[in-house]
Design a protein around this ligand. Structure first.
Ligand code: NAD
Length: 331
């Protein structure tokens, strides 16, 4: 039997990282999860070993990389909450940029020169045109988006001066869950629309807050591009293979290309639950763009990737996970 190629997955106990570990396992790789469990779940680590550690801890990284000798790194580990990035920009940059540099330097000391990085459509900022392709100007609206753009810029320098190759994946809105219910979305605090709306539909929250209903969109609410987390996971495996096959450093948008308004999302969840739930209209949130939709042509042609799941499947899988998995998870 062939040995599985080890891949270090920083942040692999989190939402998108754990689904990527599932797909890495199915593709014949051995995911080595490196996570400090600040926002991840030990029970999400099911397809390879867990090394508890912080990306800010150079000595721990050196030891783990020496033990497992991964062929490449997939880097998800970060703070992800925009509100926290505004409240505590220093702590946010220290983790997302400082910790990331520590990880990159440990990788280079270990002789690893390939990395897939979790970036975001938030690096684009306010849309100049929609759908947005990879050439769209990058002018992030908050420290979260800026922390990701800074890492993209560092990766460009590492490529140019140190032959360290990377694929930057800019996700739109990750959503859904493993259809078999083994893993799913649970953030603390939860700020993502689908789990919040599902909690409202199930009566676990009093209502769903609608931030802004006067945008210049088809029903006045924000338009977002919801992409199934397993479609994202598939793209990570393809990006990894791209690097292992000698592909050059590049960036890909990962979204479906279909926009859904918040009201449409609420309607779809109400249909799934058979119960309308209360909406609380609220002011626009600072920094929320009216419409964020991906042009995914580059990932389709470059990686041979295409999303498999539609919005109804995203909601069905998220609903099933919420009812059976998320509520059982306790810190
Ligand atoms: N969820 C989305 O819609 C979305 C969209 C765009 C980009 N992203 C990016 O994707 C990545 C994963 O997002 P997610 O939704 O799975 O978040 P998540 O919080 O579920 O996963 C992040 C993981 O990183 C770990 N982590 C954080 N800081 C660490 C540190 N210093 N050392 C070690 N581990 C650390 C956490 O414990 C957690 O398990 C993030 O980088 C995020 O910015 C997410």
């Amino acid at each position: 039997m062939n040995e599985r190629t080890p891949i270090l997955v920083a942040g692999g106990a989190g939402y998108i990282g754990s689904h990527t570990c599932l797909r890495l396992h199915e593709a014949g790789f051995l995911p080595i999860v490196y996570d400090n469990l600040s926002n991840g779940w030990e029970s999400f680590v099911q397809w390879g070993p867990l090394e508890v550690g912080d990306i800010n801890d150079a000595a721990r990284l050196d030891a783990v990389l020496a033990r497992h000798k991964p062929a490449a790194i997939i880097h998800f580990a970060a703070f992800i909450e925009v509100g926290f990035s505004v409240a505590e920009p220093g702590a946010f940059y220290a983790n997302n940029v400082g910790g990331t540099i520590t990880l990159f330097e440990a990788a280079r000391r270990a002789g690893i020169d390939k990395l897939v990085f979790s970036s975001t459509c938030a690096t684009y900022g306010a849309p100049v045109y929609v759908p947005m392709d990879e050439k769209h100007p990058q002018a992030p609206l908050n420290p979260y988006g800026r922390s990701k753009l800074m890492v993209e810029q560092i990766l460009a320098d590492l490529d140019q001066y140190k032959a360290f190759r990377s694929v930057v994946l800019r996700y739109f809105n990750a959503a859904g869950a493993d259809p078999e219910g083994r893993i799913g979305e649970k953030h603390e605090p939860e700020t993502h629309a689908i789990p919040l709306a599902i909690a409202a539909a199930r009566g676990e929250r009093d209502a769903f807050t609608l931030f802004g209903s006067d945008y210049d969109t088809r029903d006045g609410t924000c338009v977002r591009d919801y992409i199934h987390v397993l479609d994202l996971a598939d793209a990570h495996v393809l990006a990894l293979k791209w690097l292992l096959d000698g592909g050059e450093s590049t960036a890909f948008n990962l979204g479906t290309g279909e926009g859904t308004t918040v009201r449409e999302l609420v309607g779809a969840i109400e249909r799934r639950s058979n119960t309308p739930f209360p909406l609380i209209p609220a002011e626009r949130r600072a920094g929320d763009a009216p419409s964020l939709v991906a042009n995914n042509d580059k990932a389709r042609t470059g990686l041979g990737w295409s999303p498999r799941y539609d919005l109804q499947e995203i909601i069905d899988h998220a609903w099933a996970w919420h009812a059976n998995g998320a509520l059982a998870l306790k810190r």
